[in-house]
Design a protein around this ligand. Structure first.
Ligand code: SF4
Ligand code: SF4
Length: 196
């Protein structure tokens, strides 16, 4: 009889200990992230793929296509080009592509850009079925994000751009050439769109 009582008391005690731990955990803050419905908050120094930085004053990319980052990349994974619009002091970027399959996240490009026109994104959520999906049009990506937030397109519409001059000279608006170069994903011909 005493043995039975001891077993009952022992069982109740272990049940209470278990319940105390369960109830204690129940009221603690949740640490599980319900991926993919929730996103992790990356630390400030996290290095995702590089991205263009928007100039809040102009509503356009800070990048002016100087190509320093392109030259500084040891893996040759950046393609950048731009045009100089009439009256502008310097170029505007029209093409900025990143081949992320070759990027080692070394940071040379970000360090080389003196104007802070590129930075590491906090995008950790990248997946794809082909390597082509990791060749990222960073110009278009930023433009799409800006337009989704109510901003203006970065380049003038094709119709607004007059025909290109046969050789050299700034294009008023430079819209046609810039738009076409972006659509084709090709480098802008210097003698068509740029002012030397
Ligand atoms: S991101 Fe910076 S270094 Fe690269 S082309 Fe633009 S302005 Fe030049
Ligand atoms: S982080 Fe390094 S490898 Fe990647 S694009 Fe920049 S310079 Fe190239």
């Amino acid at each position: 009889m005493i043995k039975l009582i001891r077993e009952i008391v022992g069982g109740l005690y272990s049940l209470l200990v278990g319940m105390r731990i369960t109830i204690g955990q129940f009221f603690k803050p949740t640490v599980t992230v319900h991926y993919p419905h929730e996103a992790l908050k990356m630390p400030p120094r996290f290095r995702g793929h590089i991205e263009l930085v928007l100039d809040p004053e102009t509503g356009k990319p800070r990048c002016y296509a100087c190509k320093v980052c392109e030259k500084s990349c040891p893996s040759d994974c950046i393609t950048v080009d731009g045009v100089k619009f009439e009256g502008a002091k310097r170029k505007s970027v029209t093409i900025y592509k990143l081949d992320f399959t070759r990027c080692s996240l070394c940071g040379s490009c970000v360090e080389a850009c003196r104007d802070g026109a590129i930075r590491f994104s906090h995008d950790y959520n990248m997946a794809g079925l082909s390597k082509e999906e990791f060749v990222i049009d960073l110009f278009k990506k930023l433009e799409d994000e800006t337009r989704a937030a109510g901003g203006m397109p970065f380049l003038p519409p094709v119709a607004a751009g007059p025909a290109e001059p046969a050789g050299g000279g700034a294009l008023p608006g430079a819209g046609g050439a810039a738009q076409r170069s972006r659509a084709e994903g090709a480098a802008v011909e210097p003698n068509q769109t740029e002012v030397k």
